[in-house]
Ligand binder design. Structure first.
Ligand SMILES: CC(C)(COP(=O)(O)OP(=O)(O)OC[C@H]1O[C@@H](n2cnc3c(N)ncnc32)[C@H](O)[C@@H]1OP(=O)(O)O)[C@@H](O)C(=O)NCCC(=O)NCCS
Length: 213
């Protein structure tokens, strides 16, 4: 899947067989956040492993050794009215070769097929992610257009436990704005747009059998 880059990196919908990569994924996310001096949404091993079992994660593996190269997972809010592709990470040595683009294209396709009516959204301060999202059809929006679900916003932190270094800004603005840009893909604005990549038939069959949660 997604092999037109011919670089030996395979980008695929993760499944239970990929649980062995969860610890390195968590470590890579934590190391990258420490290096950038940014906060992270703390996820447990079990949380990511369940995402893989539920067909809600994308993983990139490099070469015959299947070395971990990149990852992201899908979360939904307000009964799947809003869907976010979260936790995007590309291992440093694989960056700037459009690997994040490929991971996000697959997560986007998976999300669109599984929840066609959901609004897809994200919060980011990264130029690369803004470029990728923009190419997929997301547009920058005020935070008021994103989900209201407290569980989502708790990912940025709570007064007693700020996760992001900028949490105080979010709090002071009453959740109206922060350092990150909110981006939204509204399916109503893209009715006949083609999907960026194709999913393998077996993945399509699998998601058809899954409940819509
Ligand atoms: C952000 C990140 C995922 C990007 O991964 P990547 O594989 O290097 O990204 P891509 O190569 O797909 O780049 C996508 C676009 O952004 C551009 N880009 C990549 N890195 C960039 C940077 N540091 N600054 C500006 N633009 C950048 C690319 O040129 C490309 O643009 P194009 O499509 O017009 O050519 C990676 O740097 C990373 O893992 N960072 C740490 C974790 C993180 O910040 N995650 C995002 C949380 S919202």
């Amino acid at each position: 899947m997604n092999n037109e880059y011919n670089d030996g990196i395979e980008v695929m919908v993760a499944d239970a067989s990929h649980e062995k990569y969860v610890d390195i994924i968590l470590q890579t996310i934590a190391d990258s956040a420490a290096k950038r001096g940014s906060g992270i949404v703390n996820r447990t091993h079990e949380y990511l492993a369940q995402k893989m079992r539920d067909c809600k994660a994308v993983i990139a593996l490099a070469g015959p050794e299947k070395e971990f190269a990149g990852f992201c997972y899908i979360e939904s809010w307000e009964h799947t009215h809003y869907v976010a592709n979260s936790g995007l990470i590309v291992v440093e040595k694989f960056r700037k070769h459009h690997l994040a683009t490929r991971i996000k294209q697959l997560a986007f396709t998976l999300s669109r097929l599984r929840w066609p009516k959901a609004k897809l959204f994200g919060l980011t301060s990264q130029t690369a992610v803004m470029r990728i999202n923009h190419a997929l059809g997301y547009r920058p929006v005020a935070f008021s257009e994103l989900t209201n679900d407290d569980a989502f916003w708790c990912g940025c932190g709570t007064p007693g436990h700020p996760c992001c270094v900028n949490f105080d800004v979010l709090e002071r603005s009453g959740r109206k704005y922060c350092v990150c840009t909110g981006m939204l893909y509204d399916p109503a604005e893209h009715e006949n747009d083609p999907l960026p990549v194709q999913l393998p038939d077996e993945v399509i069959e699998k998601i058809k059998k899954l409940s819509d949660c």
